[in-house]
Design a protein around this ligand. Sequence first.
Ligand code: PLP
Length: 398
Amino acid sequence: MQSSVPIRPFSRRLNAIEMSSTSETVNAVARLRRSGVNVVDLGPGEPPFPTPEHIKQAAIAAIRENNTKYTAVPGMAKLREAIVQRHHQDFGSNYRVEEAIACPGGKYALFMAMQILMEEGDEAVIPTPSWVSFKDMVRFAGGKCVFVDTTSDNFVLTPQIVERALTSRTKVIVLNFPNNPSGALIDPSNLERIVEIASSRKIWVIADECYAYLTFVGKPLSVAQVMRHTSNVVIVGSLSKTYSMTGWRLGYALAPEPLVSAMQTLQSQEISCPCSVTQMAGIAALTGPQDCVEFMRREYAQLRDQAVAGLKDLPGIRTVTAEGAFYLFPDVSGQLRFRNLQAAREFSSLLLRECGVVVVPGEGFGSASHVRIAYSVSKQELARGIQKLQAFCLAHQR
Ligand code: PLP
């Protein structure tokens, strides 16, 4: 229906951001599927596993027992305790309950942190490739993104490149390890040095640890293990990937009490509290058996090996073996050259049109010569996707 009443334009803040390219890809796939195309979807970052049974049962019990009312703004006390305890057990951190807030997804915790920390014109240093949403969160908060590129160094983030990007306006350094989209981990000594530099210059570090438990080399790492004090660090965690709970929407932040308190104020005005039923499921996830986490991690490790082997030696494609998360971020610039294409966006649409394989173009992550492949699908589906990708690449070798 067309409105005849002229409307005023939307806010400038809204114009600073765009639809997430991964969400756009999800919409495009849904459209194709509706029209009957049989696509292999290596686009979204979704675990292929069902949520573990004991977590589902806790939610069912919560509904039966009428745990269906508003809760405290930062989440039920029991959930905040479970968050703090889990982090203590797994990473040796010593947060108090008052320093923890449960949110509907790690994304929301990150969004609130940006809203609270960034003033108009403040700078946020973001190592790239980076998850698509960081830049929009910074811009929506009025901040300016300062990107530091790690693609030419095989995604290795060093204190030196971060330090070079700092100015008197730097307010925040955003770290994400394991990284979406590259799957790269961070060296603990580099992490320690970055936190030291930030702290000496009174800069906040936002450590997005949503994939912390999905590492294939060494043990899961949290910034909590390397920092001396917590006054300038925000840890963001999520149950989405760890427990295969993306749709439940539950994440958290661990941060100094004044910041958690500010997040409570914001959360109270925006959403009141995370969903009560989800919170009960979250308590079961964090306090219950953890073997499901290890099971999924091993499955992802196998899928990673399968994906890396499938992409090895493909003409025009160069892949760094990811050590965490469930993504590969291959450089497709050779294929762009062979096919006379300008950028990853064209490569991705051609791959979809000719072979029905969905990957996310790298532009949104900060590189027009890479694509993101999510191997978080069944082994059979991954095999089908890789076979098609191989045929696509072998068709153009020079
Ligand atoms: N951070 C990164 C790097 C992500 O990839 C995602 C989701 O894909 C999130 C945060 C947000 O996760 P959620 O809001 O589901 O907890």
